[in-house]
Design a protein around this ligand. Structure first.
Ligand code: GDP
Ligand code: MG
Length: 370
């Protein structure tokens, strides 16, 4: 077991609870008879009593489905790159995302009515690129904290008239920590006081050195406002993405990450999910963080109903029982009953953890006192 009460532990040791409490007190811990002690602490105390402890790892059910079965390389197919735009406030992240989206509005989408779903795909020379729209680097960090890696390439936007600023450096650190390659978009080059070379100079301090200066970082000079350099930026994204040989197996049940989610008055809980492997289909039973459901409908970034979503494709998922959180992992399971059982187990586990956290002697406590 992960933990047991002082009383249960004493019984196993063949000691009285008082003896255990006394031992704990030697470590500076005031415990009661009903207090929980974790496995590590129990090991230390048991050793103290002269027992030899062998730890048997309990086979724990992976209710969070954290383990993805590795794919046979032969099943892998190329997938579009997933790109996040980062940078200092007002340097033009939103404008750049808009410019990229607009350059790409096709004739069929007359009027350019694109839905905002937190991520969108564009096509360049017949190849797709996925852009994560809403999450500035905060969401990026939040997702990473949950273990979800949803970015292949980071576009670092730096305004040519302003140069490197605190959030520019933060963004560089986040991308580096995630091991994500950076493409620098030197923005606002239309401005009379633009100094793109100064930006390049400044960034060398952070290890981002242009190819022309002997480094290996791709720099593109752009103007989101005047739509200059956008095609070149897309070209460079595809180039960097080719080097990464991004692949996924589309022929299996889907796994994806929630980019954003909200409760929609008419449609109920709506989650924007970025499919990362497999294919998500209408009718699939899914478990998403603490919630679950059956996919009632899928809506793409152009507001069209679709029957399925393949790797790197963002879709709105309808049919969940509750609103999940950004960064939650969506996993397709056998049937709705399995999904429900898993979600309930997760909810119970979370409740228990919250309870225990407030009344448990842990290894950290032990070391705090030593
Ligand atoms: P964000 O905070 O990084 O999302 O920045 P925004 O996209 O909101 O842009 C901040 C301001 O800079 C807005 O007033 C934009 O119109 C302006 N801006 C963005 N890109 C350019 C550009 O290429 N040239 C010029 N002159 N202004 C720009
Ligand atoms: Mg913005």
């Amino acid at each position: 077991p992960e933990s047991m009460t002082v009383q249960e532990f004493a019984k196993i040791m063949g000691k009285t609870a008082a003896e255990v409490i006394k031992k704990l007190m030697n470590y500076g811990i005031l415990a009661t008879i009903n207090q929980e002690i974790d496995a590590d602490t129990a090991t230390i105390i048991a050793t103290d009593f002269g027992f030899e402890v062998t730890v048997e790892k309990e086979e724990k059910e992976d209710i969070w489905l954290t383990e993805e079965t590795p794919d046979d390389p032969e099943t892998l197919e190329p997938r579009p790159p997933i790109v996040t735009v980062m940078g200092h406030v007002d340097h033009g992240k939103t404008s750049l995302l808009d410019a990229i989206r607009q350059t790409n509005v096709t004739a069929t989408e007359a009027g350019g009515i694109t839905q905002h779903i937190g991520a969108y795909q564009v096509e360049h020379h017949g190849r797709k690129i996925t852009f994560i729209d809403t999450p500035g680097h905060e969401a990026f960090t939040a997702m990473r904290a949950r273990g979800a890696q949803v970015t292949d390439i980071a576009i670092l936007v730096v305004a040519a008239d302003d140069g490197v600023m605190p959030q520019t450096i933060e963004a560089i650190n986040h991308a580096k920590a995630a091991g994500v390659p950076i493409i620098v978009a030197v923005n606002k080059i239309d401005k009379p006081n633009a100094q793109p070379d100064r930006v390049k100079q400044q960034l060398t301090e952070y290890g981002l050195i242009p190819e022309a200066w002997g480094g290996d970082t791709v720099f593109v000079e752009v103007s989101a406002l005047k739509k200059i350099g956008i095609e070149e930026l897309l070209e460079m994204i595809l180039l960097v993405s080719d080097l990464k040989e991004l692949k996924a197996n589309p022929n299996k049940p889907a796994r994806g990450t929630v980019i954003e989610a909200q409760l929609d008055k008419g449609r109920g809980p709506v989650a924007t999910v970025l499919v990362q492997s497999g294919t998500l289909n209408v009718g699939d039973a899914v478990v998403v963080g603490l919630t679950y459901g059956r996919v009632r409908a899928l809506v793409d970034d152009k507001g069209r109903r679709v029957k399925k979503a393949t790797p790197s494709m963002p879709v709105e998922v309808l049919g969940l029982n509750d609103v999940p959180s950004a960064g939650d992992i969506l996993v397709v399971v056998e049937d709705e009953k399995t999904a429900r059982t898993l979600a309930e187990k997760r909810q119970n586990q979370k409740r228990e953890e919250e309870l225990r956290a407030s009344n448990k002697v842990s290894l950290e406590d032990l070391f705090k006192h030593i």
